[in-house]
Design a protein around this ligand. Sequence first.
Ligand SMILES: NC(=O)c1ccc[n+]([C@@H]2O[C@H](COP(=O)([O-])OP(=O)(O)OC[C@H]3O[C@@H](n4cnc5c(N)ncnc54)[C@H](O)[C@@H]3O)[C@@H](O)[C@H]2O)c1
Ligand SMILES: [Zn+2]
Length: 386
Amino acid sequence: MHGKDFDIRINTPHRIRFTRDAFCYENRLLVDLLKTNGQAKVIAFIDSGVAQAFPELESQVNDYLEHMPGFASRGTIVQAGGEGCKRDSSTLQAAWDTLENAGIDRHSYIICIGGGAYLDVIGLAAATAHRGIRLVRFPTTVLAQDDSGVGVKNGINAYGKKNFIGTFAVPYAVINDFSFLHGQPELTRRAGIIEAVKVALVKDAAFFRWIEDQCEKLTKLHPHTLEETVERSALLHAAHIAYGGDPFETGNSRPLDFGHWAAHKLEQLTDFELSHAEAVSIGIALDTVYSWKSGRLDEKSAMRILKVINKLQLPTWHASLEQKCAKGAREVFNGLEEFREHLGGELTVLLLRDIGKGEDVHSMDNNLLDECIDWLKLDADISVVR
Ligand SMILES: NC(=O)c1ccc[n+]([C@@H]2O[C@H](COP(=O)([O-])OP(=O)(O)OC[C@H]3O[C@@H](n4cnc5c(N)ncnc54)[C@H](O)[C@@H]3O)[C@@H](O)[C@H]2O)c1
Ligand SMILES: [Zn+2]
């Protein structure tokens, strides 16, 4: 037997840009970012929720693409976004059909404007058609701009599992256009801030202190404060992907998944009635209280974290935490097993030692988790009375 191990180095830039009104003719960010051989085709996919919130958008994008010197516009297509577009493969299939009909090739660019769910689907279409076409993502929700949109993953749900079919593919560029944020309903805009809280908790204590100081303004969705939060969070997420040593998640340690083992399960248990952001908020509250009750995190820090979540008017408890399976254990505990499966072997969950400092653990105690959930329920009841 003989052979050789080659060391393939993938040096891919991960371009993250921030702007406003990217499709105003005067804004040259997009056109200056793309390279052309004089005839590169460009096509834009738009999430219908965004198109509805910004009725001028489609014609504005069409206009912009038509006037990109050296590029051949293939126009725009609007499709329904939201979690529904990930539930089956019909949106993905329609996207492939569109790419084929438009003659999109490996020299072309795909632009995708939408929330995290739609970006996931079009990201998968872009990564797989012709084995990969350059994708420029325009995340349009707070959650997508401060977290998922700046990542390198895509996917659709299958076999009852989130993101069962998907790939890792670094987009050609991510453009966070702040003007999109303000079309989102207040509730979901505020909820998306939780991913910024999360990355601050695991990476950057100073950022968490800043969020605490800005809480009042953030709750009121003060535009500049929200945009600064989104930008700092996006850069922390992107830096972790680029420099964290595991961009394609081959290892077990997932600091950016703090609070997510419970969150993913709660989304599923509530049939997505709880949004990803709301579920993450509860998951973070649970793992914070667990970090405290297991003697890792001091009580004062735990209370500071819960206070920020409360001030942002995000949930720390939900009735689905009480759901029991036939054996009498809480259903949510199966989230740990699913998390372990997802990691492909050893369970690794990040807990907090301090604000800004995590610790990987490989098991969690169900009795202590029970106690933490009861504590959160009581605290939520007291908060209502308060
Ligand atoms: N790929 C990843 O790394 C990753 C990471 C975390 C989450 N996600 C995925 O992201 C999805 C959640 O994304 P989301 O929170 O961005 O929500 P979403 O994509 O589900 O969008 C929610 C709704 O808002 C609409 N919308 C989007 N932008 C809007 C705007 N600017 N104005 C008005 N309406 C708008 C959409 O049409 C949709 O109806 C989940 O599917 C989750 O699994 C992916
Ligand atoms: Zn998340």
